[in-house]
Design a protein around this ligand. Structure first.
Ligand code: IPE
Ligand code: IPE
Ligand code: MG
Length: 240
């Protein structure tokens, strides 16, 4: 059921959803999508990148304050050189395309992860995109060379010379997501039910939504279902 694409006047009170402020999306299943079609894994990533742009726009339409897409993990370097360099090329294409887009998208982009191993070109483009988008309000995080454990190690190192006790707030504000609300809802496509080193600290009380859809097949209806699921949860945060 595509609740959100109905005109507002068609909505009944029961259809008013409680929206998450921050949604994290683990875009999984590109390789299996390609395999099912006897295509190389790289084709899966190409279609996956197109789907990322569409789903990002859909989340913007839904006015979700912060969306974090998991694009490449610190563990994904284990893949073949061909696959990794294909993903890097797609990433650079996306950044170049972003810089030609008009301002109406209203996206403030932040890249989460360690940029050290990226090419100078990728580093420069990431910086340009962040600078150009700083004035906007809807937060789009793209996690590239991101791992939650290395993010936490980095936070510890940033805090190691701090005087006095380290607090939870100190850690939160030393993560790549500093200043942003904790993730409320994590959506993982591709059927696996694990977090794979994604936002472990920020997801302490996140609702988890897993679906079998392979990422390139992801639909707006799948997103709506995840949002309906979120809206139906009773969040207690440890209370009774
Ligand atoms: C997710 O799809 C994309 C990345 C991790 C870069 P996969 O490439 O992991 O696809 P599967 O899980 O092998 O199908
Ligand atoms: C998680 O997917 C990482 C991204 C989606 C970028 P993986 O395919 O790397 O995760 P595992 O290996 O199934 O845990
Ligand atoms: Mg995978």
């Amino acid at each position: 059921m595509a609740l959100f694409r109905k005109k507002p006047e068609q909505k009944t009170p029961q259809e008013e959803l409680v929206l998450p402020r921050h949604v994290g999306i683990i875009m999984d299943g590109n390789g299996r999508w390609a395999k099912k079609r006897a295509l190389p894994r790289t084709a899966g990533h190409r279609f996956g990148a197109e789907k990322f742009k569409k789903i990002n726009e859909y989340c913007l339409d839904r006015n979700i304050e912060v969306v974090t897409f998991y694009a490449f993990s610190t563990e994904n370097w284990k893949r073949s050189e061909e696959e990794v360099s294909n993903i890097m090329d797609l990433f650079i294409d996306y950044l170049e395309e972003w810089l030609t887009m008009d301002d109406s998208k209203n996206m403030k982009v932040r890249f989460l992860g360690d940029r050290t191993p990226f090419s100078d070109r990728a580093k420069q483009l990431m910086q340009e995109v962040e600078e150009k988008s700083r004035k906007f309000s809807n937060q789009l995080n793209i996690a590239v060379n991101y791992g939650s454990r290395s993010e936490l190690v980095r936070a510890c190192n940033l805090l190691k010379n701090k005087e006095g006790e380290i607090t939870e707030e100190d850690i939160s504000s030393s993560l790549y997501t500093a200043g942003q609300p904790d993730v409320d809802l994590i959506i993982r496509t591709g059927g696996e039910k694990r977090l794979s080193n994604f936002l472990l600290w920020q997801a302490a009380y996140a609702e988890l939504y897993f679906c079998d859809t392979l990422w390139p097949d992801m639909t707006f209806d799948d997103i709506d279902r995840a949002l309906e699921f979120y809206s139906s949860r009773q969040r207690r945060f440890g209370g009774a």
